[in-house]
Design a protein around this ligand. Structure first.
Ligand SMILES: Cc1cc2nc3c(=O)[nH]c(=O)nc-3n(C[C@H](O)[C@H](O)[C@H](O)COP(=O)(O)OP(=O)(O)OC[C@H]3O[C@@H](n4cnc5c(N)ncnc54)[C@H](O)[C@@H]3O)c2cc1C
Length: 480
């Protein structure tokens, strides 16, 4: 990482090199700005690259492959008389590490290519700008040497960390996303507290690899931000896969013993229950890392630790922006963080930009079956006063789904009954996380059911389920 010349005044100093911060830094350099990117970790990439999106999706790909191989004979693939199928967990972990390293190197290359000054160290704002220049104190990661970075603008992108339940600390049998990704073997049993995206993804991965998996979710349904029918289908398929799903479960106590961890909870009817497992994953949300970055010395306003911004990502302190997981009201997703970074840089550079449209954000959950959604759920559309028309098409009627052996799930289209505008798309099933891209583009362009019913989708593809889904709004689906 670079040394800074104390005389240098950057156009922008970005604090945090996760997907929000590094994307902002690259875009700033592309606009011709002089950018410094400060990160406390030895390697760029943040939660997403090291302990989030990339390692989990790498493991999920292994899990999917493994699930296919378990059924190999159905696809006419045999392992010969002696060839026994086995899972080499250390090789799985090594591949995951190799994927991460490849991307770290890619980021390092991009930083050099764009002449971004990458500074290793922990950064804190010192207060408001003096004569239009902000000062950021940087404590070097190695050696604790203090230096200062001067910049006309500062972008805060310090990200988030896993929340734990009161009284718990991560380690031993108590895992967050960090410890679970470093396990040296697949546990016999895993109890997952919290059925948001992180919880259900790990539940799905470790079930595929053979663990007994139990889920305890406080709310009445899994993936509670999704359309209700999606939650219902995920529960159905998870139970079919042998996952013990418990919703409305209020966790009261987590005790660790020599041989297991025991979780006591009140079930949906208030009855005291307990479950035991070898390990427990706590996946109850993520807290913003804003308590030690110097915001208290500025006019930056916080809402329960999250930074309040306007549509250009500006905080209440002139010249200070916030992007990514720390922003109040933004979903904590890498692609949202990246886009918020691009918006902030465009504003700083005086270039054309559009604010992050919070109603046009694809939300993807990489379980088996996958979930991809965007826009309003059916309930939200009704609450907003729309006369709603819904179309639903099951993957059971899609020929490519038969070819890939994946018939669970459906496409659900929520449209406005009067004009046919697509208000929301909710997909659960094969490649849902890829299929949702079409839906976001459609909503961005304010597409209608009439237009989409006559948009040709190639055959045989999973995307044809989208075509049938749009047509189903008018009761005109072909394949079911
Ligand atoms: C298990 C898991 C799976 C996930 N999967 C997905 C997924 O599939 N898709 C998706 O879109 N999102 C996913 N997410 C969410 C995604 O990881 C986050 O939304 C994303 O990483 C947020 O980016 P960020 O840049 O705001 O913060 P982070 O990625 O958290 O990066 C923050 C960076 O700031 C640095 N930093 C913090 N404070 C300071 C400081 N004071 N000085 C210097 N540096 C500092 C940290 O070292 C870190 O590098 C997942 C999250 C988890 C936990």
């Amino acid at each position: 990482m670079a040394e800074t010349n104390p005389e240098t005044i950057f156009d922008v100093a970005v604090i945090g090199g996760g997907p929000a911060g590094y994307t902002a830094a690259i875009r700033g350099a592309e606009y011709g700005l002089k950018v410094a990117l400060i990160d406390a970790s030895p390697r760029l990439g943040g939660t997403c690259l090291h302990v989030g999106c990339i390692p989990t999706k790498t493991l999920l790909f292994n899990a999917e492959l493994w699930d296919y191989l378990k059924e190999a004979e159905e696809y006419g693939i045999r392992f010969g008389e002696t060839g026994k199928l086995s899972l080499d967990w250390s090789a799985v972990q090594m591949r995951k590490a190799a994927v991460i390293i490849k991307h770290v190197k890619g980021l390092e290359f991009l930083m050099k290519k764009h002449r971004i000054a990458v500074i290793g160290g922990y950064a804190r704002l010192t207060g408001p700008a003096q004569d239009g220049v902000h000062t950021v104190d940087v404590t070097a990661s190695a050696g604790g040497v203090q230096s200062q970075v001067k910049a006309k603008n500062v972008i805060l992108a310090s990200g988030s960390r896993a929340k734990l339940l009161p009284g718990l600390t991560a380690g031993g049998r108590i895992l967050t996303n960090i410890e679970i990704l470093a396990l040296d073997r697949v546990p016999h049993s895993l109890l997952v507290i919290g059925a948001g995206a992180v919880g259900v993804e790990f539940a799905s991965i470790f079930r595929s690899f053979g663990a007994e998996v139990t889920i305890l979710e406080f709310l009445p349904r899994m993936v509670p931000v999704e359309d209700e029918e999606i939650s219902k289908e995920l529960s159905r398929v998870f139970r079919k896969r042998g996952i013990d799903v418990n919703v409305g479960a209020k966790v009261e106590k987590v005790e660790t013993t020599e041989s297991c961890v025991r979780v006591s909870y009140a079930d949906a009817s208030g009855k005291a229950q307990a479950k035991e497992a070898e390990t427990v994953l706590v996946a109850v949300g993520r807290a913003p890392q804003t308590e030690d970055v110097g915001v208290e010395k500025t006019r930056v306003e916080l809402d329960r630790g999250f930074v309040k911004v306007n549509e250009w990502q500006e905080t209440a302190e002139p010249g200070v922006y916030a992007i990514g997981d720390i922003v109040a009201g933004l979903p904590q997703l890498a692609h949202v963080g990246a886009m918020s970074g691009m918006v902030a840089m465009a504003k700083i550079a005086g270039r054309m930009y559009r604010p992050v449209r919070r109603d046009r954000i694809p939300s993807c959950t990489y379980t088996d079956p996958q979930i991809g959604s965007a826009g309003l759920t059916e309930a939200q559309a009704r609450e907003k006063g729309h006369a709603v028309k819904v179309g639903k098409f099951p993957f059971a009627g899609n020929s490519k789904a038969t070819i890939v052996g994946s018939h669970d799930g459906f496409v659900k289209i929520v449209s406005d009954a009067q004009y046919g505008e697509i208000l929301g798309v909710h997909i659960i099933g094969p490649q849902a996380t890829e299929l949702i891209a079409e839906a976001v583009a459609v909503m961005e362009l304010e597409g209608t059911v009439d237009e989409l019913m006559f948009t040709i989708h190639a055959h045989p593809t999973l995307s044809e389920a989208m075509l049938d889904g749009y047509a189903a709004v008018e009761g005109l689906q072909i394949n079911a």
